[in-house]
Design a protein around this ligand. Structure first.
Ligand code: SAM
Length: 386
């Protein structure tokens, strides 16, 4: 037999009529075998087996009750960290009976979440990006330029650094010694963390150099963790293309040294100080369908096909930037790409109604980025099919 999972919300600060309206609407919308609510004095009991969170959000948004009660009622269920999936529904009970952890909450509290980041001393005071840098493409070395920006003025950084694969960039030398490469990268990332707002997101697209056995994504993650950033998660960007010839096997048909092949890159997501990013509800532009599809952290997106046209050897596609920006930021947020290349992040930022700042060391790439921006227009809600 499956038992309901019970959550209890203290609703003493809300009018009883509003709580009852919520209870009635909830019980009318969802079958009792899935979930139900009841009010007992100032406690709202939420009994859960399974729930479609998108439908729940829609129900709440349609109610004429205080936003605070809506948010509390949503967050109470949404913040339950462990659940199974049953189609579109989150399964809160009976999904892992055999793996049940006794006293999970108490253990989590003892151990604490993201323990490595909790003793950070990031300032919580956010500032505005000076207007002279808003919606600009800047040709500069990011290490020098970022020093001009105040602390805590950027909402989200999305970037893909040069990978040091030996690519033919316009000005950047892509075959540095690995220590020099990481010194350069981490000096720029340190400035990026400084300019990121408290609660801001730092999203890095990265591909390890498999052939040299350099786990760049792990080395980068280690840097962020040492710098007290919270690792929010990792997205597999499935490109469906092989990173080496079908016929290169390492040791053919032998365990002596088989060569592993990959068809994906990584997108690592870090947060400064807080996993939650506050923003106005009106500035959310992700649709329910997009949300449902994109929180599943494997994104199948073809690589950028127009690199020749744009004269850049290592671009990511607009679709990747669109998903990152819509899933992790709000409209009107300030988006920074310190390795902006041909400007994909900044073009998508403009198209989706965000403010942007893109920096690249190459004048040629900056010209291309500016041209793409001039030719795009703001307010394109959905750039691609799911
Ligand atoms: C992987 S590419 C980024 C491509 C970009 N995501 C796009 O879609 O066009 C990395 C970029 O970093 C730039 N770069 C390298 N060192 C830099 C530095 N110190 N400051 C600013 N940009 C730099 C290179 O010129 C290159 O365009």
């Amino acid at each position: 037999m499956v038992n309901y999972r019970e959550e209890i919300l203290d609703v003493s600060s809300f009018p009883t009529e509003e709580c009852l309206e919520l209870v009635h609407a909830f019980n009318n919308k969802f079958p009792k075998k899935d979930a139900y609510m009841f009010l007992d004095g100032s406690s709202l009991h939420i009994m859960l087996i399974q729930l479609d969170m998108v439908k729940y959000r829609e129900l709440l948004d349609g109610l004429n009750i205080s936003t605070d009660l809506i948010n509390k009622a949503f967050d109470m269920i949404n913040s339950i960290g462990s659940y199974g999936l049953n189609g579109n529904k989150r399964l809160f009970s009976g999904y892992n009976a055999e793996r049940k952890v006794v006293n999970r909450k108490a253990k989590e509290k003892n151990r604490s979440k993201h323990y490595y980041a909790n003793d950070n001393n990031f300032s919580k005071v956010n500032t505005e990006l000076p207007s002279e840098y808003e919606n600009k493409i800047i040709c500069a070395d990011s290490l020098q330029f970022l020093k001009k920006l105040p602390d805590n003025c950027i909402d989200i950084i999305f970037t893909s650094p040069p990978y040091n694969f030996g690519l033919e960039y316009d000005t950047h030398n892509d075959t540095a010694m690995w220590n020099d490469y990481f010194d350069m990268l981490f000096a720029i990332f340190t400035e990026c963390i400084r300019v990121l707002k408290y609660g801001g997101r730092f999203v890095v697209n990265v591909q390890p150099l498999y052939s040299d056995y350099i786990p760049v994504h792990h080395i980068i993650s280690n840097f962020f963790i040492q710098n007290k950033m919270i690792w929010k998660g990792e997205i597999i960007w499935e490109k469906n293309n092989y990173n080496c010839k079908y016929s290169s096997w390492g040791s053919w048909k032998s365990p002596s040294s088989p060569y592993l092949k990959y068809t994906w890159e990584f997108v690592e997501v870090y947060c400064k100080g807080d996993l939650k990013k506050r923003g106005n509800k009106e500035n959310i532009d992700i649709t329910a369908e997009e949300f449902k599809s994109w929180v599943v952290a494997k994104w199948s997106i073809a690589p950028e096909r127009n690199m020749k046209e744009y004269g850049h050897p290592a671009m990511f596609p607009e679709q990747l930037a669109e998903r990152v920006l819509k899933l992790f930021s709000y409209k009107n947020d300030v988006v920074l790409d310190p390795f902006n290349g041909a400007g994909t992040t900044t073009v998508v930022a403009k198209k989706t109604g965000r403010r942007y700042l893109g920096i690249d060391i190459s004048e040629e790439y900056c010209k291309t980025a500016q041209k793409r921006i001039d030719e795009s227009y703001s307010g394109q809600q959905s750039l691609f099919d799911l």
